[in-house]
Design a protein around this ligand. Structure first.
Ligand SMILES: *[C@@H]1O[C@H](CO)[C@@H](O)[C@H](O)[C@H]1NC(C)=O
Ligand SMILES: *[C@@H]1O[C@H](CO)[C@@H](O)[C@H](O)[C@H]1NC(C)=O
Length: 184
């Protein structure tokens, strides 16, 4: 019994962490999918057919020795000139929140990578009142965000029904609040 409770706690903690990590609200797009952020890839092809909304995020995966991610304006994007850069990411794994409507521009500033096509333009739309259906977004558009939510609610319901006595009321309120936030 005690072991089971421990397992439940761990499970719920894991779900909370996963939920927070994915930002609870938006979709996380892995730029370039399996190819990541690299030369020799057509990023306008990658974005075509995808709909990006405020609250979504871009995840750039690249070798930090070979590439970087520089957010620029339209001018910088078209000319591959990063003089007026907005932000620079060099960690190898970089997440950029799409926190406003409008167009975001990214280039790699190393070598001739930008001129060779390592540049990305993403148009971000206001968050729709009703979440877009998966069909509209296309099958490969995003990591599945419903799995953690459903798994979280299931495990929560299970643990709650079985062992609600181990959760103190203030914690319970917090947990329920958090799950409502996650699921709405
Ligand atoms: C990338 O793909 C777009 C859309 O399919 C196309 O218009 C463009 O010419 C391509 N760019 C290159 C460099 O191949
Ligand atoms: C890059 O942009 C800056 C600012 O607009 C400009 O002064 C500079 O000449 C540009 N560099 C090149 C190589 O075009």
């Amino acid at each position: 019994m005690a072991e089971f409770r421990k397992l439940c706690r761990l499970l719920m903690m894991a779900m909370v962490i996963i939920g927070s990590a994915k930002g609870a609200n938006g979709r996380r797009y892995v730029v370039g999918a399996d190819q990541g952020w690299d030369t020799g890839f057509n990023y306008s092809e990658w974005t075509s057919g995808k709909a990006f909304f405020v609250g979504d995020s871009l995840y750039f995966d690249y070798f930090r020795e070979d590439h970087n991610v520089v957010q620029v304006d339209f001018e910088g994007f078209t000319t591959c000139n990063i003089t007026n850069s907005i932000a620079t990411y060099t960690a190898g794994r970089s997440t950029v929140e799409l926190d406003r409507e409008g167009t975001f521009y990214f280039v790699c500033s190393l070598g001739d990578h930008c001129l060779e096509g390592q540049r990305l333009q993403v148009s971000v739309l206001a968050k729709p009142a009703i979440p877009p259906s998966p069909d509209f977004l296309g099958p490969s558009s995003a990591l599945n965000q419903n799995v953690p939510s459903s798994a979280a609610s299931l495990s929560f319901a299970f643990c709650f029904l079985q062992f609600n006595s181990f959760i103190s009321p203030p914690v319970l309120v917090l947990v329920i609040g958090w799950f409502s936030y996650l699921l709405l």
